[in-house]
Each structure stands twice: as C-alpha cells, then as structure tokens.
Design a binder for this molecule. Sequence first.
Ligand SMILES: [Zn+2]
Length: 261
Amino acid sequence: MLIDVHCHLTGEEYVTVGGMEEVIDRAKREGVTRMICSGFDVESSLQAKVLSETYEEIYFCAGFHPGELGHYREGDLKELRKLCRHEKCVAVGEIGLDYHFEDNPEPKLQRELFVRQLELANEEGLPVVLHSRDAAQETLEILKENASLLKKGGLMHCYSYSPEMTADFLGLGLSFSFGGPSTFKNAKKVVESVRHIPAHRLLSETDCPYLTPTPFRGVFPNEPKNVRYVVENFATIRNENEEELKNVLLENAKRLFFKLR
Ligand SMILES: [Zn+2]
C-alpha cells in the first residue's frame, strides 16, 4: 500500500485522461490507495473537499498558497476554518513563502498569511503542509518564531533546500516529502536529503499534475499512480528494502495526518 501525500487533482487536465474515476483506478492498480489532494486557495480547497466526499481514497488539505495570495479576500480564512473541521481535512496547506517569480505577491502579505494560517492550524489542532521556494532562511525564521504553533507537526513538501538545512527543520519536528525531482538525474542536493533524513520523517508525494518522475519525466499530467517510482527510487537511494520502506512511509503518513483511515 502506497500513499501520495501531496497532489493536485482539481485541475481540468484530468478530464483529458479519462476523469478522476480512471485516475484513481490506475493509482490503485499500482498500490496507491490514499491520496491527499492539496488546496491552494479557497476555491480549490472546496473542490478538494468535494473530491474527498466522492472518493474514499481521497483526503484533502485546506489552505492558501503564497503564490495565490493575489486573490486573497478578508473572510477567506473563515472559509478555510470551516473546511478544517471536515472529517477528511488532514492538514492546513499548502502554506508558506514563495519568492521565485518577480510578480509573486508582496513578501509582507505572504508572511502575514503564513503566520495566520499557522495560527489557524494550531487552533484547529491540525498539522501544516509547507510550501517554500527561494525563501529558505525566512521560512526557517518564521517557523522558529512560531514553533509553539507546530504542536501537531508539519511537512516540508517537495523539499528542495540544502541537505544541511534539513537539520534545522528536523529540529522543529517537521517531516519531509519528495516527489518527481528526487528521481531526476541532476538532482544531487535532493538525493542527498532523501538519503540522510531519518526514516520516520520521510514521506512520498507526486505534487501532480507537474513534475512527473522518471521514467515518465515530461509526461503531462503526472498522476498519483507514479508515486510508485518515487518510492522505488527512495529504496535505491537509501539502500533499504522496498517493502519495509513502504510500511514505514505509510506509518509516517498516518502518524502525521492522524485523520487518515
Ligand atoms: Zn502543491
């Protein structure tokens, strides 16, 4: 049994590949029986909730992605809070900082909503799923300043910073997930991180529809079924037994996302 702890299944692209029914069928044939569909604003979080109500295999996260804050409205956090109380909402996410593109939302707004959503997770007793791009130091600072809000833990999703920095995030009690990039030939830093993270803090994801892992790199859309290749590659990198590793990954997911059944 495998789990994709971070995917985006609410996009139109899956209509062209047979719809959700077939995406889930293909996933199950590869042993992927649980998928956590991540919201990135209120609308997508609501759509993820509907998917979770339609398909037993799907759970979801509710949150506002830093890159999407351009259309943030006062009152959105109230909507997210309602979603947090849904039986299949396993975390607040994805939230964090993203300074990659020049026209990304103002850093000040990003930081404010990052902290407010950390508070939301703490108040609702949920873990957080963190997105951080080109903002390593600031992400770490904000998390350290707000460490008391991380009682239910959190996940550095698609971790891409230095292997050395994993120690700082581990110190905050966080876990790490990796997807397609960990299978890419030139991903030396990511591979190094995968190799050294303690087994009980490692999780598997696809972040689909993008970042399809090797051997299907470049194929669009990526799908949860491909998490299989991510996990096979983990086992190779870490020189561990694949079946045992699968069990550990599943236990890790159930521990962090405690609403998962
Ligand atoms: Zn994502």
